[in-house]
Design a protein around this ligand. Sequence first.
Ligand code: XMP
Length: 323
Amino acid sequence: TWTMLNIVEEQVEAIREQIGDGRAICALSGGVDSAVAAAIVQRAIGDRLTCVYVDHGMMRLGETEQVRSDFEAVFDTLDVVDAADQFLGALEGVHDPEEKRKIIGREFIRTFEAAEARVFGDVEGGATAYLVQGTLYPDVVESGGGAGTSNIKSHHNVGGLPDDLQFELVEPLRTLFKDEVRLVGEQLGLPSTMVWRQPFPGPGLGIRIIGEVTRERLDVLRQADAIAREELTRAGLDRDIWQMPVVLLADVRSVGVQGDGRTYGHPVVIRPVTSEDAMTADWARLPYDVLERISTRITNEVAEVNRVTLDVTSKPPGTIEWE
Ligand code: XMP
């Protein structure tokens, strides 16, 4: 924790130097990384920081409302942008995972540009625009961002950035792993729900629908995901499990029997994993009774889903997310 304190002080200094008397926008996702990054920058430049949370239409059930109330308690300025039409429009007809990631990365930046013009539009023209991101070391490595790295997938905040990026990036966590970020978060006194929140990828449910992303499919996945998370929490396993994506195999159908009739619905995959830093992961041995409750409830409560399957692949060879 001594080093964590040092990191905060070092970064506060570096940020003051970088931003000077300028202003910055922070891309807040609701997760621990961007929350900690924002808290550090707020220490450095105070109310010259504006936090922007983008609802891209691919968030989980109730997530935007939750983030709004959690974060308004901690940050002075929070701008919540509803950009669902923009993102989902841009994703129409797109199936390829890397293409999805690039589009989402680009639309995020467009949204932040618009937010920055809206928020700081009246400030002196031509000033440098700073964008604070909660980028971690593993994001950089896996997006192929440094020597000796390979492009596994383009994280929306690194390899997914557009070439014509106008922002100067501020990334105080770029050398840290998530367990370190959590320590920093505790040092800064952030609420433990924020610090210990399970990771959720910036591209959201968009990379958990295998196939084209549509509103109907998002609704189906949102329901299944909410049930799975509820049962995991009820079992008291939130902290033991690193995260548990629910994936909708939207282009696959299988025959089932629900009620007294034949169904031809979609499978979902649940992917509980344990991990230290997301660079490697093991599939989690969830208790059978928890799996049973998740399976029974999803197939009873989500009409379009008639099969629940379990992913028992570690990373490597599988990644945590399916796309
Ligand atoms: P993978 O699927 O590469 O995921 O094993 C490793 C960790 O990173 C999260 N993830 C992302 N987070 N933007 C993010 O902010 C992204 O584009 C992204 N892709 C994956 C994933 O949920 C896991 O925790």
